[in-house]
Write a protein that binds this ligand. Structure first.
Ligand code: ACO
Length: 334
């Protein structure tokens, strides 16, 4: 039995935060942000919307586009760095509750921007072992809830959103998720970190005053490792599976920064038309960035049944990973 990528869906919050809006909030400019990151705007969830609401809406779309009903889902996993609650209940449990799914395993994983690739690895193993048949995987983020909108080094980069997919079973090798590679190295942990709220710096008045509940990033140092790692990931997974870059129909890298995507794309000679680029309109949505980008490609007809997708991610931890995946869902129709 193989694991097949059966459907993709996303949810994009309505509110738009433009670079010009940010100019009024911190010492920055539209010109600087576009030049250094390629980002023009990002979406921000409503005050009363929580991460599981975004994940739930993306999941509804993914389920509707698959051949299965909600009742057939036997596992729900969510990747997020901005969960509804810090410790419990999990965001996956909240998504399950909103979908009316009961009595199936539901849990979150923490792998920052690599979350969706980690989910692919998990879902592939559970399906291939025969333990589960139809797994809902969700990357959902209300990152605006952990951003300091007085810190120009982070607030210009991130946005909210969610993406979801159904991973099912197949006996047809041509439909299978081919391979997933994923790794982590905690030595780089402090370069990209939300220091407060956990057991190290619990929620206390002094820690909150020091703004430890917000994400901090040593952007320039992260940038250099990101480019190198994202490039090596692709070289490794293609070589391991004896697949040439020209056989890839759609390269879907994590959407952190246009310059990072462009550096990796040009090093590996992927044509622009075969590279997903959505960072200009959504910013960095962490674990949701790859499925949101994939959904855009799907809805524009650039990802079709049988196409070979190459996913490539990098994030806090550091974590990183890549996946070679055949799109085994139906072609998009309006
Ligand atoms: N507006 C104007 N100026 C700014 C801003 C801003 N928003 N932010 C920083 N600057 C200034 C700095 O203070 C610095 O000024 P100085 O030269 O006088 O000291 C100058 O601009 C250059 O700053 P750098 O940090 O060197 O700028 P860089 O070109 O590296 O761009 C950026 C910064 C966009 C953050 C980039 O480093 C980046 O994209 N890093 C990687 C992000 C990433 O991939 N993260 C991983 C995934 S995210 C996750 O897992 C959650």
């Amino acid at each position: 039995m193989y694991a097949a990528f059966r459907s993709i869906g996303s949810y994009i919050p309505e509110n738009i935060l433009t670079n010009h809006d940010l100019e009024k909030m911190v010492d920055t400019s539209d010109e600087w942000i576009v030049k250094r990151t390629g980002i023009k705007e990002r979406r921000i969830a409503n005050k009363d919307e929580v991460t599981s609401d975004l994940g739930y809406k993306a999941a509804l779309q993914a389920i509707e586009r698959s051949d299965i009903s909600v009742d057939e889902i036997d596992m729900v996993v969510c990747a997020t760095l901005s969960p509804d609650y810090l410790t419990m209940p999990s965001t996956a449990a909240m998504i399950s509750q909103k979908l009316g799914i009961k009595n199936v395993m539901a849990f979150d994983i923490s792998a920052a921007c690599t979350g969706f690739v980690y989910l692919m690895s998990l879902a592939k193993s559970f399906v291939e072992s025969g333990a589960k048949k139809n797994i809902l995987i969700v990357g959902a983020e209300k990152i605006s809830s952990i951003i300091d909108y007085e810190d120009r080094s982070t607030c210009i980069l991130f946005g909210d959103g969610a993406g979801a997919a159904i991973i099912g079973q197949t006996e047809d090798k041509n439909e299978a998720i081919i391979d997933v590679l994923a790794s982590a190295n905690g030595n780089f942990g402090e370069l990209l970190i939300t220091p407060g709220g956990g057991s190290k710096n619990p929620i206390r008045e002094d820690n909150v005053k020091d703004k430890l509940q917000y994400m901090k990033m040593a952007g320039n140092e992260v940038f250099k490792v990101a480019v190198k790692t994202l490039t090596n990931d692709v070289i490794e997974i293609l070589a391991k599976n004896k697949i040439d870059a020209s056989e890839v129909d759609m390269f879907i890298p994590h959407q952190a920064n246009y310059r990072i995507v462009e550096a990796v794309r040009s090093k590996l000679n992927f044509p622009i038309e075969k590279t997903a680029l959505t960072v200009a309109k959504y910013g960095n949505t962490s674990s949701a960035s790859i499925p949101m980008a994939m959904n855009d490609m799907y809805e524009s007809g650039r990802v079709k049944h049988g196409d070979l997708m190459l996913l490539d991610a990098f994030g806090g931890g550091f974590t990183w990973g890549s996946a070679l995946v055949r799109f085994a869902g139906k072609n998009f129709t309006k």
